[in-house]
Write a protein that binds this ligand. Sequence first.
Ligand code: CP
Ligand code: NVA
Length: 307
Amino acid sequence: MTRHLLRDDDLTPAEQAEILDLAIELKKDRWAQKPLEGPQTVAVIFDKSSTRTRVSFAVGIADLGGSPLIISTANSQLGGKETPSDTARVLERQVAAIVWRTYAQAGLEEMARGTRVPVVNALSDDFHPCQLLADLLTIREHKGELKGLTLSFFGDGRSNMAHSYVLAGVTAGMHVRVAAPDDYAPRADVIADAERIAAETGGSVTLVADPEVAASGADVVVTDTWVSMGKEEEKIARIRDLGGFKVTSELMTSAADDAIFIHCLPADRGYEVDAEVIDGPQSVVWDEAENRLHAQKALLVWLLRQG
Ligand code: CP
Ligand code: NVA
């Protein structure tokens, strides 16, 4: 059966761990696996801007022996005259997989229903599961075992990143804390799904109003931009509302002594995180950005094996 990665909980705990193990192997030997040799093509479609996702998929697909086809929706029929399902039916005759960065999760679901090749969410308004595979790989490299670690997220708890930390974190058996104002709390259905997964993995998800309490003893401190793509018109309100949830050096002192700081990037220094933190010794953001490559290659290898 064709498998897709549309949201983080599309992977079981065992599948997530298997992909991370494979990513570690591929990081040691970048050209060890060539499932796309031929070359087969992978379509990588962008409705929104990107640096890391674009580069890491293009390089990763080439590493796997394949040919990346980078498509901007601004000059394709998708999003204008053509539906995701018709696009999927056209693409599946020619490509091995479809990777799509878009706005609505519903579009990705429609694309996946319409095709027999794997569809990968390269960021939607709701989730960013590729980033989470890279983040979990980075945390594993720096901390070892994921199960039992505490990850504390600060800021826009309704962002794609916060939702993905909640779902992927509990899938890995982590304790995920979200510190956000009430109006920026994660969606209730995402929390409910996370609680169901946590009951199975021994992880947990907790909403914490006080940032100091959320940071206390944390192994991993994380934030995301306060102004996600598509939310630009809310910038002033968001800076006002989220100001108390900035990751500062002082907040980092509440975390574990050996805590690491991660951020998916791009970052707005001085807003969601102070420069001293993101550019300081606890920050592993450049490892995290590199790990997009290794994690996504492992994901593609794994998805192509399932078909
Ligand atoms: N983190 C991330 O997805 O970065 P890009 O927007 O540059 O792809
Ligand atoms: N939440 C951010 C993540 C960017 C990688 C956004 O959607 O813009």
